[in-house]
Design a binder for this molecule. Structure first.
Ligand code: HEM
Length: 221
């Protein structure tokens, strides 16, 4: 029990929080390195994002219960119930917030894949997988890499506005929870949070790092 009679629950594990804030950091770094022409660092930043995304995908199936897609990706019925306040609170993303989570991950995945196939105007700076496509296809990928970033920016703005709405209007400190892992609920949420083992974490890090390394080498060992 925390101050004011609310219930404090540990909802986010360390990997979820670390992945989230590293994604924020690396998206900023990717933008800055692209704007200032530091393309070598831009690719390192992109590989970092790829590793984080691969790990988060794995964690969505084998990680702690609040990280698992099966626990927060729900049909329109759950979203309507949530909007009508009929949805029974469970720890983790709510059904509406989950939609923005999916949009962010999907856009990030598209952005990374397009970057891997992109070729710049003179063909000197290229993503590692561009050697499997023609120069023209690599240029199309680069164009879409730019466009998708434009969309991603707006979805991020929407995401932050939604989070701030919860903090300021609904008085739910979601941002603090993304740092501390703990969130206060007015009443006990339904169900317990099950945290994944360190063994699973190590396997996930190994898989994500290995796959990223293979992609960076264009699968040519
Ligand atoms: C580049 C910018 C950002 C991206 C791409 C991003 C992406 C995401 C994603 C994918 C999640 C789901 C986390 C998971 O399930 O693993 C999430 C959750 C969250 N993000 Fe962000 N985020 C960004 C910036 C921010 C900022 C600036 C804040 C704080 C103001 C923030 C606050 C949160 C919070 C509080 C949650 C948890 C929401 C909940 O309780 O359901 N994010 N974000």
């Amino acid at each position: 029990m925390s101050d004011g009679g609310s219930v404090r629950v540990r909802v986010w594990d360390v990997p979820i929080r670390l992945v989230h804030w590293l994604i924020v950091l690396l998206i900023g770094l990717s933008w800055w390195t692209a704007e200032t022409g530091r393309l070598e660092w831009h690719s390192y930043s992109g590989y970092g994002l790829l590793a984080l995304l691969l790990f988060r995908l794995y964690w969505g199936f084998f990680g702690s219960s609040t990280a698992r897609f099966a626990n927060f990706v729900r049909g329109p019925g759950a979203v309507i119930d949530y909007l009508k306040s009929r949805w029974v609170t469970a720890p983790g993303h709510n059904p509406l917030g989950a939609l923005s989570v999916i949009a962010l991950f999907a856009l990030l995945a598209a952005q990374i894949v397009l970057g891997l196939f992109s070729v710049d105007v003179d063909g000197i700076e290229s993503g590692p997988l561009s050697l499997y496509v023609s120069f023209e296809a690599g240029r199309v990928a680069a164009k879409w890499h730019d466009r998708v970033f434009g969309v991603l920016q707006w979805v991020v703005v929407l995401h932050v506005v939604a989070v701030l709405f919860y903090v300021w209007v609904k008085k739910q400190n979601l941002i603090g929870a993304m740092f501390s892992g703990r969130r206060d609920y007015a009443t006990s949420p339904r169900g317990d949070v099950r945290f994944a083992s360190t063994r699973r974490l190590v396997i996930g890090i190994g898989l994500a790092a290995g796959l990223t390394w293979l992609v960076a080498k264009a699968f040519q060992l």
